[in-house]
Design a protein around this ligand. Structure first.
Ligand code: SF4
Length: 351
C-alpha cells in the first residue's frame, strides 16, 4: 500500500474510535522521522503521537555524566564518546566544557585505535545505548581482550528497553493505547522480547510509509479492541532476533538494575560487564567518588521521557534551552524529543 492508502485506512480506523488515542514511539530515530515527515499533522485529530524513553543519551542519568566529567579531569585519561554526549549537561557542566582530552568517535571500535596510539594513557569509552549498540560495545571488549589492550576501559550505562516499557505502562497515568516498538532494538532482541505487552504494540521501520503502516496496524487493533504484538518491519526483524548478537552480549555482559532518567531505578533493565572482563570496567579499576548528582530542577526531561508532557510545556523550551545551548539531554541529543520539536515543530508549536 502507498502512504496515501495507509493514511486513508488510518482515517477509517480513527473514525470508528470515539475517544482520544495516544500512541507512543519508543525510539529516537522514530521520533525524528515522524517530525521530519510531518506525520503528526497528517493524523486525525483524535490520534496523538507522544514520544517515550527512546533516546539512549536522554535516559542516561546525571550521575553517569558527572562521573565521565570527573574522569576527564585526570590528565592521564582520554575520554572517547559519541558526539551527542559532549553537549549533555551533567550537574554542573558538559563534557564539551571540560578541559580534559575528549575525543568524539563514530564507533566503539575507534576507541581501540586511540588506546593503541596512546599507550601511556587510559582511554575510557562511554558505553551508552540500548540493545542496538550494546553488541558493538561487547565486541569491542572482546577485541580489546584478544589484543591484551589493558589501557582501554569502559564506563558503562547500557540499557534494556523491554523492562522500561513494563514500568512505564504500569503507571495508570501514562494512558498509552499503543506502542510503536523500536525497529533497531528489535533487530537484536526479536519481537518475542516484547510479547509480554498487554496493549497493541508493533515493531516499525523508519521510512514515513513504514511508520504510517505501523500506525494503521495499531489503530485497526485498537478499533477492534485486540491487544496484539506484531511486526511491520519483517525485512530485518524476526521473532527470535539476532542470535549471534545476543550471544556476544551474553558473553560480555550480565543483566543488572539500571537508573533511568525519568523512570528511576528499574530492576534488570541494564547490562553490567561480567566479572571475567571486569578489568575493562573503569569503575572497578579506577574507582571515583563524586558528590550526589543534582539534575537541573527546571528541566522537565523526565516528564518528556514518560510522555506526561510535551516539550513546549517546559518554560525553558526555545527560550533558554536550544540545541546549541541545551539545558537538558532531550534538547542536547539529535534524537531527543525536545530537539525534534525545536527543529521540526509540532502541531502545538507556538511561542
Ligand atoms: Fe529539559 Fe530543555 Fe526539554 Fe525543557 S526544553 S525539558 S529544559 S531539554
Amino acid at each position: 500500500m502507498s502512504a496515501e492508502e495507509f493514511l486513508k485506512s488510518i482515517r477509517d480506523s480513527a473514525s470508528k474510535i470515539s475517544r482520544k488515542i495516544r500512541l507512543m514511539e519508543v525510539c529516537g530515530t522514530h521520533t525524528v522521522s515522524i517530525f521530519r515527515a510531518g506525520i503528526r499533522q497528517l493524523l486525525p485529530k483524535n490520534i496523538e503521537l507522544v514520544s517515550g524513553p527512546g533516546c539512549p543519551v536522554c535516559v542516561t542519568s546525571d550521575d553517569f555524566l558527572d562521573k565521565a566529567i570527573e574522569y576527564s579531569k585526570n590528565p592521564n585519561i582520554i575520554i572517547a564518546t559519541f558526539g551527542d554526549m559532549l553537549r549533555v549537561p551533567g550537574s554542573k557542566s558538559t563534557l564539551r566544557e571540560s578541559t580534559g582530552d575528549i575525543r568524539a568517535i563514530y564507533s566503539p571500535l575507534d576507541s581501540i585505535r586511540i588506546a593503541q596510539e596512546n599507550p601511556s594513557k587510559t582511554v575510557i569509552f562511554l558505553a551508552v545505548g540500548f540493545e542496538t549498540t550494546a553488541p558493538t560495545a561487547a565486541a569491542t571488549i572482546l577485541e580489546a581482550n584478544r589484543l591484551k589492550l589493558e589501557n582501554l576501559k569502559f564506563l558503562s550505562a547500557q540499557k534494556l528497553v523491554p523492562p522500561a516499557l513494563k514500568i512505564l505502562l504500569s503507571d495508570p497515568a501514562a494512558q498509552i493505547d499503543g506502542l510503536l516498538l523500536p525497529g533497531h532494538v528489535a533487530v537484536v532482541t526479536g519481537v518475542k522480547a516484547f510479547e509480554f505487552l498487554q496493549i497493541p504494540s508493533v515493531v516499525a521501520g523508519f521510512k514515513p510509509d513504514e511508520i504510517l503502516r505501523a500506525i494503521d496496524w495499531l489503530l485497526s487493533r485498537i478499533a477492534e479492541n485486540r491487544s496484539e504484538v506484531g511486526n511491520c518491519y519483517e525485512s530485518v526483524v524476526h521473532r527470535d532476533g539476532n542470535p549471534q548478537a545476543q550471544k556476544i552480549l551474553d558473553s560480555v555482559y550480565e543483566v543488572a538494575d539500571s537508573n533511568w532518567r525519568g523512570l528511576g531505578l528499574i530492576p534488570k533493565s541494564g547490562l553490567k560487564i561480567r566479572q571475567e572482563f571486569e578489568r575493562f570496567d573503569v569503575e572497578k579499576i579506577i574507582p571515583i567518588q563524586i558528590p550526589e548528582s543534582r539534575p537541573n530542577p527546571n528541566c522537565r526531561c523526565g516528564e518528556v521521557l514518560r510522555g506526561s508532557i510535551i516539550p513546549t510545556d517546559c518554560k525553558l523550551f526555545g527560550k533558554i534551552c536550544k540545541p546549541e545551548h541545551a539545558t537538558g539531554p532531550c534538547m542536547a541529543s539529535v534524537e531527543g524529543t525536545c530537539s525534534a520539536w525545536f527543529r521540526y515543530g509540532g502541531s502545538h508549536f507556538e511561542f
